[in-house]
Design a protein around this ligand. Structure first.
Ligand code: PMP
Length: 418
């Protein structure tokens, strides 16, 4: 399969070799690299991507969940064109930021006040900073395989972490987490939690795990930060709504910027009020592009007109059906593969044993590479690590052909995948 991939992508390969002269690894985002070389894209339209050698793919990666609206939603494009005509970068307040803030607070009920940033990483850094400033405590509890940004990654690759003292607990480990919160309660500023491990393998939190953390943090005055950068698309009010948890702070990113650089952190009024600069001793949160009009206007139209609560429900139901169909197919072929996740976000893993934390996941790099390359050869783009985030324009027919393609790959490599 890899030989066919290399033979079919000479232009991408050449571009990759040339790029390595100025970009270590040939591009500027670690997660985009895969062996032998990633294809370079030149166009996107709706649910489709086109690469340098002219292949067309159904895009099931959806820009790691940020590309939820697809590549050319007419409502988003119209909003952006209007902003381009109005003028860029005013260096002062604008109307779009207020409207987007209001729309987000209406949608996510735990968020009373919020601030925008340029990425999810930045949103998490500010949320943690807020917790440390407000509590006067230093430590942060994180979870193994959690991902909160390039400098807030606990997935086991060599980290470049922000300089806070961290405690790491296992995901979904109720007694271990409870004990750690109790042991460190006097010095613990925050617990930061993904309500589903996203980059860590699409592993949902149990309701009991989330409830225990909420109770213990409230009891000890620890700020609970729920990172919904990836998961806020999984219910109209975010995965926190589905889990029935009210965090102190929530962080956002990805699709809420409708494809443009975006992040936000917000929550409890008493915490977020600390950012009011008219009050002496307020916390500082500048940032040149925090209110950039392109992101604000695109995000606003996306949330108001494209990703309506009905659209949220339909897309997640489609994701659930796809997961069920894939798992039925794996059972039918008797292969040790499983699809995890919630709604429109899916993880594919090469094992039968249950996955409740990042430690349970078999990395199976060769099988992941095999499935990824075979699917690309059949016109489907997913992440090498087996991650999918369905974009809205993907149709039931696209998903039916995807299931057929997976079935074809599984049938071809049944012995390897058994
Ligand atoms: N938190 C989570 C849960 C994420 O999935 C990501 C991005 N994959 C981030 C934070 C970081 O967001 P960004 O890439 O915009 O910095």
């Amino acid at each position: 399969a890899e030989r066919r991939y290399v033979a079919g992508n000479p232009r991408s390969e050449r571009r990759f070799r040339e790029a390595g002269a100025v970009l270590p690894g040939g591009n500027t985002r670690t997660s985009l690299y895969y062996a032998p070389f990633p294809v370079t894209f030149v166009a996107g339209e709706g649910q489709f991507l086109t690469d340098l050698d002219g292949h067309r793919y159904v895009d099931l990666l959806g820009e790691y969940s940020a590309g939820l609206y697809g590549h050319s939603d007419p409502r988003v494009l119209a909003a952006v064109r209007r902003v381009l005509d109005e003028g860029l970068s005013y260096g002062g307040p604008n109307n779009y930021e207020v409207e987007l803030a209001r729309t987000i607070t209406e949608r996510f009920s735990s968020v009373e006040l919020l601030r925008f940033t340029n990425s999810g990483t930045e949103a998490n850094l500010f949320a943690i900073g807020t917790a440390r400033a407000v509590t006067g405590r230093s430590k942060v509890l994180v979870f193994e395989s959690g991902y909160h940004g390039g400098v807030l990654s606990f997935r086991g690759e060599a980290p470049l972490n922000a300089p806070y003292p961290y405690l790491v607990c296992d995901y979904n480990d109720v007694p271990g987490t409870l004990a750690a919160i109790q042991r460190h309660r006097d010095d613990l500023a925050a617990v930061i939690l993904e309500p589903m491990l996203g980059g860590g393998g699409a592993v949902p939190a149990t309701a009991e795990f989330v409830r225990t953390i909420r109770e213990a943090t409230a009891r000890h005055g620890v700020v609970l930060i729920v990172d919904e950068v990836m998961t806020s698309r999984l219910a109209p009010g975010g995965l926190q709504e589905r889990l029935g948890v009210v965090p102190d702070l929530t962080t956002f990113g990805k699709y809420l910027g409708a494809g443009f650089s975006f992040g936000a952190f917000g929550g409890d009024r008493r915490l977020m009020e600390r950012f009011d600069p008219s009050v002496p001793g307020s916390l500082s949160h500048p940032g040149t592009f925090n209110n950039n009009t392109v992101t604000m206007a695109a995000g606003l139209v996306g949330l108001r007109e494209v990703f309506t609560p009905e659209a949220v429900g339909e897309l997640n139901a489609r994701g659930d059906r796809l997961r069920d169909r894939l798992n039925a197919l794996f059972a039918e072929f008797g292969v040790a593969v499983q699809a995890t996740g919630v709604g429109s976000i899916l993880g594919l893993h090469f094992q039968r044993s249950p996955i409740v934390s990042g430690r349970d996941i078999d990395p199976a790099p060769d099988k992941r590479a095999l499935l990824h390359i075979e699917l690309m050869l059949r016109g489907f783009y997913i992440a090498r690590r087996g991650y999918l985030a369905l974009p809205l324009p993907v149709t039931d027919a696209d998903l039916a052909s995807f299931v057929d393609a997976v079935g074809d790959v599984v049938a071809t490599h049944r012995r390897v995948l058994r």
